[in-house]
Design a protein around this ligand. Structure first.
Ligand code: UDP
Length: 139
């Protein structure tokens, strides 16, 4: 059953490049409600755990280094069909393949430094949200 929540991170590249405001504007203009949000930085251990599914991939070390090099914005978003609609809003993993107007097309610089994360399933949205937020932080 589809749930109505997804989890996102504005990644270190987009924070460094000053895109937090523009990305949040796109997210809320698309009808997503922010139900939890924090400005934080991942430790190496956090990033390794969050991306554990990619631990055997050749880009894993680079991904962990990138995701820990500066602060991120983590948020839980609410909207009908949240996971799928948010993946559409952010666009393909590689910004060169992302559709016009998507967040990655507008703000990502490479396949690795691609500005935003969006959960890929309802199950992962719940796991990823719980990774960053306690029940008291979700409204
Ligand atoms: N990534 C990378 N190189 C690749 C593929 C992915 O550095 O060749 C990074 C990129 O930051 C991506 C993340 O690993 O967002 C997770 O990859 P996934 O395939 O799950 O893409 P996503 O679901 O984020 O579009």
């Amino acid at each position: 059953m589809a749930t109505n929540r997804t989890f996102t991170m504005i990644k270190p590249d987009a924070v460094e490049n000053g895109h937090i405001g523009a990305i949040l504007e796109k997210i809320t203009a698309a009808g997503f409600k922010i139900v939890a949000m924090k400005y934080t930085q991942l430790s190496k251990r956090d990033a390794e755990e969050f991306y554990a599914i990619h631990s055997e991939r050749p880009f894993f070390g680079e991904l962990v280094e990138f995701m820990t090099r500066g602060p991120i914005v983590a948020a839980i978003l609410e909207k009908g069909n949240a996971v799928e609609d948010f993946r559409t809003l952010i666009g393909a993993t590689n910004p060169e393949e992302a559709a016009e107007g998507t967040i990655r097309k507008l703000y990502a610089t490479s396949i690795g430094e691609n500005a935003v994360h969006g959960s890929d399933s309802d199950e992962n949205a719940v796991i990823e949200g719980a990774f960053h937020f306690s029940g008291r932080e979700i409204f």
